[in-house]
Design a protein around this ligand. Structure first.
Ligand code: SF4
Length: 306
């Protein structure tokens, strides 16, 4: 007697069938039926944080050509890694990337751990990245939830609680949807569905393998989900940056603290950031620098939204 499939299995196989026909070709992805390289999955996931797929592709290719294995990356000088990272921004990611490569090379014999909890203990690996590596590289039944998956699940299940509070319910719903087999393909299929069909604006519901099951499509408000809580306005802060040259034209730079925005990067000196604008008649700016230490010090007030 034929066993009937559960709704969860039927949904998973509809999506996996769609994925077999429409999956994106990405340099870090394994070919159909092949196991992904954990190093490639990890590297791409770190690069993709806050950065688009189109931008990441060439950086990914460059990194794996220059450092083909995680051990090669671990052995590279940090400055070389930071230099290769230039243009991707958020340099704390590059520092953690290097630290993580060293941890994998020295503490794990060059092999990424397979268990989500152990992946989570690696530098720079948060809950999303740990789940993505566990699912995509090792087919563990983990449920990574990135922006694309968040949107698909919120719509499929009609989770109307605004983000960020609604993330918990979306995460729980994603876990419920994840099949025990092929969790990695399932996660990547949801990512692709969100990127190509269940788009933020004008989702192409007519092409969606979950058309009949989707609660937001039935309610006619898919574009409104996921909802977001109103953002608090960002304050404007003011600072002054100094361009200081010595007699030979060398410019004075300093290194930023390791932690925080642009951690460890070089910068020209500046004041603290404060609510009130700095006037150029501030006593601090009237003090002259001696001719030996500097030829010129040009303060330029700037403002940022922090
Ligand atoms: Fe998204 Fe439409 Fe598919 Fe629902 S039916 S998951 S809204 S594309």
């Amino acid at each position: 007697m034929a066993m009937s499939r559960s709704p969860q299995d039927a949904r998973a196989s509809a999506l996996l069938d769609w994925y077999a026909r429409h999956r994106r070709v990405l340099p870090w992805r394994a070919l159909p039926g092949r196991r992904a390289d954990p190093y490639h999955v990890w590297l791409s996931e770190i690069m993709l944080q806050q950065t688009t797929v189109a931008t990441v592709k060439s950086y990914f290719d460059h990194f794996v050509a220059r450092w083909p294995r995680v051990q090669d990356l671990a052995a590279a000088p940090l400055d070389d890694v930071l230099h290769a990272w230039q243009g991707l921004g958020y340099y704390a990611r590059a520092r953690n990337l290097h630290k993580c490569a060293r941890a994998v090379a020295t503490d794990h014999g060059g092999r990424f751990p397979e268990i989500e909890a152990e992946l989570l203990a690696l530098p720079g690996v948060g809950p999303y990245t740990a789940a993505a590596i566990a699912a995509i590289a090792f087919d563990q039944p983990a449920s990574p939830v990135d922006g694309n998956i968040e949107r698909v699940v919120a719509r499929l299940r009609h989770i109307a609680e605004p983000l960020p509070a609604g993330k918990k319910a979306i995460q729980a719903a994603a876990r419920n949807l994840t099949p025990r087999a092929r969790a990695g393909d399932f996660a990547q299929a949801m990512m692709d569905l969100g990127a190509m069909v269940c788009t933020p604006r004008a989702p192409k519901c007519g092409l969606c393998p979950w058309h009949d099951a989707c609660a937001a499509r039935a309610a006619g408000d898919a574009e409104d989900l996921p909802a977001r809580a109103a953002r608090t306005p960002k304050p404007t802060r003011h600072g002054v940056a100094f361009w200081i040259e010595d007699a030979t034209g060398r410019v004075l730079l300093r290194r930023r603290p390791e932690r925080g925005l642009l951690g460890g990067m070089m910068e020209i000196p500046s004041t603290d950031w404060r609510d009130d604008p700095w006037g150029l008649d501030t006593p601090l700016f009237r003090r002259r620098l001696g001719p030996k230490s500097a030829r010129s010090a040009t303060p330029s007030p700037i403002s940022i939204c922090a």
